[in-house]
Design a protein around this ligand. Sequence first.
Ligand SMILES: C[S@@+](CC[C@H](N)C(=O)[O-])C[C@H]1O[C@@H](n2cnc3c(N)ncnc32)[C@H](O)[C@@H]1O
Length: 206
Amino acid sequence: MHPENIPLYNEVALGVHAPIYSYYARRIVEETSITTGHCLDIGCGGGYLGLALAQITALDFVFCDQSGEMLACAQENIAHFHCATRAKIVHGSVQQIPLEDQSMDLVISRGSLPFWEDLPTAFTEIYRVLRPGGQAYIGGGLGDPNTREAMKRLRRQTYPDWQEKQRPPHHSDQQYQEGLTRAGIHPFLVTRNDEGLWIRFRKEIQ
Ligand SMILES: C[S@@+](CC[C@H](N)C(=O)[O-])C[C@H]1O[C@@H](n2cnc3c(N)ncnc32)[C@H](O)[C@@H]1O
């Protein structure tokens, strides 16, 4: 993201878009039941999903992004949410995650996946940093389908000039499936519905 667009993106993410992140945070807890241990938010941007998850769990967080500017924004948001003692910031790419093997109980990501150029390597890296029994919940979407139109209305009223950002289109389901398979991950779930596009998998306990 161009640095000059970050303040507005951040304001919208913390305001009108905040329900998107709290919705997926709740879904992650419902689906994974992981509420303690260590969570990596990869492609975290300003840290919105991890910070929403921090509100409803006792997890500690690593926020990782390839953009130093987005991480500076995450740093401010972490302080704003009084999460500094539970959060670490790491600069890096999903294709070379600067974390030790088997160090994370949960890996989450929202809105970053379409930017990942090398899916097999990205999924291999996520799998590598998961502990046995750990889970990944990765994808993107605009939150609760039931409140989405109201949120968009509010956004139009508050930010009449807001335009959806240009992002690369999602990879195809087949590309995701191939990437996961080439990473040696099995089983996995790729779903594309009114909740968005989400990929879930677990690292089996040997
Ligand atoms: C649209 S923003 C989403 C930010 C945030 N997760 C959210 O949901 O609002 C995409 C983010 O992914 C990051 N990103 C893109 N490719 C990446 C990669 N290969 N490794 C790590 N981060 C990446 C970008 O720097 C950017 O912060």
